[in-house]
Design a protein around this ligand. Sequence first.
Ligand code: ATP
Ligand code: MG
Length: 435
Amino acid sequence: MYFRAKEVKSEDFVGKEVSIRGWVHRLRRQKENAFVLLRDDRGGIIQCVFPAGKAEGLTIESSIEVAGIVNKDSRAPEGGFEIKGRSIKIFNVAPADYPIGEYQSDELLLDKRHLSLRTRRMIAIAKIRASVLHFGRRWFVENGWMEVTAPTIVKGAVEGGSTLFKLKYFDEEAYLSQSAQLYLEAMIFSLGPVWSLTPSFRAEKSRTVRHLAEFSHLEAEAPWVGLDDILKTEENLVSYVIQSTITERAEELEFLKRDVSDLKKVQPPFERLPYGRAIEVLRSRGFQVVQDDGSRRDIQFGDDLGIDSERELTKDAEKPIFVVGYPISVKPFYVKEDPQRPGVGLTADMLAPRGFGEITSGGQREDDMSSIINRMRKEGLNPDAYDWYLDLRKYGSVPHGGFGLGIERLVRWITNVEDIKDTVLFPRTMSRVSP
Ligand code: ATP
Ligand code: MG
């Protein structure tokens, strides 16, 4: 029987013989003894001490199996327990040129991501991400939402043509999906509230710390809901995921030096900030936007919010903020116009606090056939390309809505890592499609 490091680091194991398998994470040789920091296959670390002769030939990242007695010694790193090694079996001796050491450029760590995911930082982030996915799924299951899967090879754009990845699909042209939303909309008529977790693809040409070309998209859609129902769903889901994750992953967050005191405050309700008010706040602070020709002007009603304005709005916030009621002109064709306020969309983005910015977009969908066709035309889309989607407005249309949440955006906020590329093990960006 084999143990993991975490299991044997306990009073119960002191004096007992254990076997443990893993890799040489660090190695220090003294005249008499060799100190091996062994990393197991869940990233747990324990010091193993051997008489110097027994550890000959070992190198960093060699794979080994160690048998020995658990010993308590306050000098032992990683929790004060160690293994007095009796025997060591070597599976593979790694060449001495293992490229990942203590100090590396970010670029090298990305080029060698298949190896750098053995670093403790990446292990900690991966575990936090796993918890986010786990608790997200759990929230939906426990609250009566049904999990579905939508195709990722599609014919129509959801979020605008400029970020579409084109694909040769046999003799046709197709695209990688930007969002499962239109398919989820089709499902609510027979499956009720549904949710999915699928990769979305966007050919994002700007290099930012919050855009990937492929990201994990958590999306939900339900019949007979209004904007307020959707926002409640979002704030409950996000609060649950955060509270559960910071409890389960306290150790990993501490390793990342993430002070979670602000995350603890993330409980419903979140503030609803009307879009118009957001623009007023930004104008009162002299906030400017950069225009296409590079010149600057004051932000004004009608402008979309971008990374900089979202940072400005949330820099002092402790909880997420919903910006509610964007002009429909900056939102896609499917956003429903508020019948009471022409030009205003029944839509909201959730902005994470402390400058992290948008993590969800959601709202009520346009359920009227002629209005949605008009909106498509205004956006230069050909309604014929959406024939199946328009059937949903034809046969039993109902008020409905939903939202999309970027898992990597949420993980970035929870972990407080600077670059979204570090929230995913093998990131895809404009300049990176390997490893
Ligand atoms: P942004 O304005 O930040 O570019 P968006 O409004 O284009 O995002 P949506 O279409 O609203 O994005 O997608 C829903 C959610 O998916 C976003 O709120 C965000 O969390 C996530 N998301 C969108 N694009 C990306 C991306 N390129 N990389 C990572 N996550 C993304
Ligand atoms: Mg959005």
